[in-house]
Write a protein that binds this ligand. Structure first.
Ligand code: DHB
Ligand code: MG
Length: 216
């Protein structure tokens, strides 16, 4: 591929996934139940979840903010990487998704570590105090990622992490025929991240592409 990178073929990628921590029965059940209730099956990948847990542990994270709960898969997964008094504040706009996530959080092993905040990220984030989080994860409507980023640059402390899902735009990043609103939004967000000097950032090609930025 290049002098410095090995091309990750489908076979190699399967190998990587198979050699990575697997999701447990609880999260597999959550996915099945969510799909049965008509919640879109757009969870983060298990190897991506594991990588995010490693980053949160390394950062010594206690407080995490998430925009876009969906069914609660990533909130529960991230909460498991926090100490017992840690919190994931996760924001969900869709009342049905928020209710589902709250039910599954309540019966999970991290019930006390996840708070579901109902509402739009644009309305909820301004209420979160500056420097009140060690990490943030953006996984909601892509058009508003730039505004979510601006809020998170205030909410996350220096040395903290800002992560964002779907850097590879559902696999359609480089295909100019895809003009669905969310694909151009991710192209624009990637350009914005590339020039956001307040963060040292990299796109990690797990799942649909994970932005990882450390706030300088
Ligand atoms: C899709 C996937 C995502 O991870 C997301 O956050 C939104 C949409 C999708 O595949 O459509
Ligand atoms: Mg996503």
């Amino acid at each position: 591929m290049s002098e410095t990178s090995t091309r990750v073929t489908d076979e190699l990628f399967r190998y990587i996934a198979e050699h990575t921590t697997r999701e447990d029965a609880f999260l597999a059940d959550l996915k099945r139940a969510a799909a049965a209730e008509g919640i879109p099956s757009i969870w983060i990948a298990p190897e991506q979840a594991s990588f995010m847990q490693i980053l949160l542990r390394l950062a010594g994270a206690r407080q995490v903010v998430e925009v876009g709960t969906l069914a609660g898969y990533s909130a529960i997964s991230m909460a498991r990487a926090l100490p017992a008094d840690g919190r994931v504040r996760t924001i969900e706009f869709d009342p049905k998704h928020a209710a589902f996530a709250e039910q599954w959080v309540a019966r999970s092993d991290v019930a006390g570590r996840v708070e579901v905040h109902r509402g739009a990220g644009l309305d909820v984030l301004p209420a979160f105090a500056a420097d009140s989080a060690d990490a943030a994860f953006l996984d909601a409507d892509k058009v508003n990622y730039p505004t979510y980023l601006e809020h998170c640059l205030r909410i996350v402390r220096s040395g903290g992490l800002i992560m964002a899902d779907n850097a590879l735009a559902f696999g359609q990043l480089l295909d100019p025929s895809y003009t669905d609103r969310e694909v151009p939004a991710m192209r624009a967000f990637n350009d914005l991240m590339a020039k956001t000097t307040a963060l040292q950032s990299v796109i990690v090609p797990l799942g649909d592409g994970l932005w990882v930025g450390v706030k300088r």
